[in-house]
Design a protein around this ligand. Structure first.
Ligand code: MN
Ligand code: MN
Length: 321
């Protein structure tokens, strides 16, 4: 008689080697997209074309004057969130808020406005939930959402959504942003359960989001120069994902659209990395990435996967504050 967890694993055509390749691909993809995009963050496509032709190498610089291979808040906050999840063996808002606070104390190279406000609120009154505000629909909680997608792989939809929103609401609490967040987490999780239909199913999730809210309709005009407003960001991400058929092409497509390019790069990096896997990442990008960041991403990808219901056979743990 197989155990309950073994039966669950059978249902999804369990493929540990593939799963590990895709988890590593997602986490390295996040950091690579961040490092690649940061060079052209806040530039327009025309400015990028003038300076770089097509921007396709990790070279640092940009408005943050980064070292080649250096990453920004998108990857750093993801690693902070991942650490908090691993520390608790699950999700506790207070531990996540403390991890974000600890990160802010390291004087990061960049911090989003809504992120800073949320962390300062936690410092001031200890609260771990931002008040709902429709103007908080920035991309800051989605850029760091990958650890949730990995740690809740194989969980019920309810637990996955609860975990995603728990981390988001520490700083960002807008229903419009939650919709985009949940769609992105579902896309990554669909990619992780690889099959010939994965890419088509991921696009279906993006189209379903567009049908749910016109803000996310990416089928109309090309989204160039995307802002940090999550619908803008995700329209650029989905268009680049839909127009390309590989990791490298997808990332080059999205970062050359400029705007919040480190964040479109980070989000598409983890979505496409989950689908195409670490083996599809060009070696020039892997070697250009800061080696400490590279190792931290690899380690967290595996540890979060081990914690996930699909590998542990246990439900996601939620720990009250
Ligand atoms: Mn950034
Ligand atoms: Mn950004």
């Amino acid at each position: 008689m197989p155990s309950a967890s073994a039966r669950k694993i059978d249902r999804v055509a369990f493929d540990p080697d593939g799963l590990i390749n895709r988890a590593r691909g997602a986490y390295l993809g996040l950091a690579i997209g961040d490092a690649l995009g940061a060079t052209v963050e806040f530039m327009t496509p025309r400015e990028i074309a003038h300076v770089h032709g097509q921007h396709k190498d990790i070279q640092g610089g940009g408005w943050l004057n980064l070292k080649p291979g250096q990453i920004t808040d998108d990857t750093e906050m993801s690693l902070a969130l991942g650490n908090a999840i691993l520390l608790e063996g699950g999700f506790r808002a207070k531990t996540i808020a403390q991890a974000f606070d600890g990160w802010l104390k390291t004087k990061p190279v960049d911090v989003g406005h809504t992120v800073r406000r949320g962390i300062v609120r936690f410092r001031t009154d200890g609260s771990t939930h931002a008040k709902e505000d429709e103007y908080d629909a920035g991309n800051g909680a989605v850029m760091r959402a990958l650890p949730v997608a990995l740690a809740t792989l194989g969980a019920s939809d309810e637990d996955g959504a609860r975990a995603a929103k728990l981390q988001a609401h520490v700083t960002h609490n807008a229903p419009l942003a939650d919709l985009g967040l949940l769609a992105v987490v579902r896309m990554v999780q669909r990619a992780m359960m690889n099959s010939a239909k994965a890419y088509g199913d991921m696009l279906k999730i993006a189209h379903a989001l567009a049908a749910q809210s016109a803000h996310y309709d990416f089928t109309k005009k090309p989204q160039l120069n995307p802002s940090g407003f999550l619908p803008d960001t995700l329209r650029a991400v989905f268009q680049a994902f839909a127009r390309t058929d590989g990791f490298e092409a997808a990332l080059i497509e999205v970062v050359n659209r400029g705007g919040d390019a480190d964040t479109t790069g980070a989000i598409l990096g983890y979505i496409a990395g989950a689908l195409y896997g670490a083996k599809a990442i060009p070696s020039r990008w892997l070697t250009a990435l800061d080696v400490k960041v590279h190792d931290a991403c690899e380690e967290q990808a595996l540890q979060l996967l081990e914690l996930s219901p699909i590998l542990s056979g246990k439900a996601v743990r939620f720990i009250p504050d």
